[in-house]
Ligand binder design. Structure first.
Ligand SMILES: Cc1ncc(COP(=O)(O)O)c(C=O)c1O
Length: 340
């Protein structure tokens, strides 16, 4: 516990970045992004990893020498490998084949081992089996993300970004827009907004192929799909940490829109962001366009989930995008039109 506390004390909070779009500013609409890429392990998952380790320690599930196992598309495993190293524990990450080489290198940099499965949907059971075989502990982000994070406050992501809006012209956002992988981030933000009786509404940006938008509409927990092509968000099945009842609106974003938006936001901010941030931005622009059409003023808050340099050989490689996703040209033009 002391090690994690000391690490927390050494860490600073992440920045809130204003993303001024002149035409929207003139219409009374301000956009902000909480930059979670500046955490020591480069993504929003740094917070979750800390919470999951504290949760497992305080439940007595982790002790000296315990092998820690996780099922992750990458970002969570990178952050958990960091905390496992901090505590001197062996760490194994179970993930689908084809996860970006950059993320694998980062897990191994923190001393973690990578274990691959063919089917994305098999990661959970494989991680559970590995933990059992090694008498270790399966951190299980998909089950515990919503439980391990303190949604009332304690400097969670919602408390931090709302506090950072204090001196803005619209300090209480109209909308908060986030994606959902485990659903832990959206659950924390949704609960926080309600607990503090804020009028802000929560919108989840869901990539095409994910089950979450349909689950939100139907409540059918048994839904299955081929899953998402945007790393970190969207799921092929309904995960336990996705809390449907705190989400005011779901917005489905096509892969081409997500990648086009990733580039457009990168140009506005002057640096590269990750694909799941592109999905967020596409939904932010849809909401901003609707507000503008209604003459509604206010701020919209979203997240930079991780940085773009992790995706040099995939989403930032034009040939890779054309082969795996298609032509982002029309989607890019449609997004640029929303900025004028
Ligand atoms: C890059 C990225 N963005 C967004 C998310 C979604 O976060 P959450 O799992 O809290 O829903 C993840 C989750 O893994 C991620 O890796």
């Amino acid at each position: 516990m002391g090690q994690i506390e000391a690490d927390f004390q050494r860490s600073a909070d992440t920045h809130l970045i204003a993303a001024p779009v002149p035409a929207l500013v003139d219409a009374g609409i301000d956009l902000y992004f909480k930059d979670e890429s500046t955490h020591p392990t480069g993504s929003l998952k740094h917070r979750l990893a800390r919470s999951l380790f504290l949760y497992a320690l305080c439940n007595g599930w982790i002790a000296e020498g315990t092998t820690v196992v996780e099922a992750s598309s990458g970002s969570t495993a990178v952050s958990e490998a960091y905390f496992a190293r901090l505590l001197g524990l062996p760490f194994v990450a179970v993930m689908p084949k084809g996860t970006s080489a950059e993320k694998l290198a980062q897990i191994e940099f923190y001393g973690g081992k990578c274990h691959f499965v063919e089917r994305a949907a098999a990661v959970n059971e494989e991680a559970r089996a590995l933990a059992k075989a090694s008498s270790g502990h399966y951190l299980d982000q998909f089950t515990f993300a919503e439980r391990a994070t303190d949604w009332r406050g304690n400097n969670n992501i919602a408390e931090s970004m709302i506090a950072q809006m204090k001196h803005e012209r619209f300090p209480i956002p109209k909308w908060v827009v986030v994606g959902a992988g485990t659903g832990g981030t959206s659950a924390t933000i949704g609960r926080y907004l309600r607990y503090h009786r804020l009028p802000s509404r929560l919108c989840v940006a869901d990539p095409e192929g994910s089950v979450y938008a349909r689950y939100h509409a139907t409540g059918d927990k048994g839904l299955l799909s081929d899953g998402s092509r945007i790393e970190g968000i969207g799921r092929p099945q309904v995960e336990l940490s996705f809390v449907r009842s705190v989400v005011c609106r779901m917005h489905t974003v096509s892969n081409l829109e997500s990648i086009a938006a990733m580039h457009v936001l990168g140009d506005i901010l002057g640096r590269r962001v990750g694909p799941s941030t592109g999905t967020n931005f596409a939904s932010v622009l849809t909401l901003a366009t609707e507000m503008r059409a209604r003459g509604e003023k206010g701020s919209i808050l979203s997240l930079i989930c991780d940085a773009g340099d992790r995706y040099r050989v995939s989403y930032y490689d034009e040939a890779w995008v054309r082969t795996h996703m298609g032509d982002i040209g029309p989607a890019r033009s449609a997004l640029l039109a929303k900025l004028t």
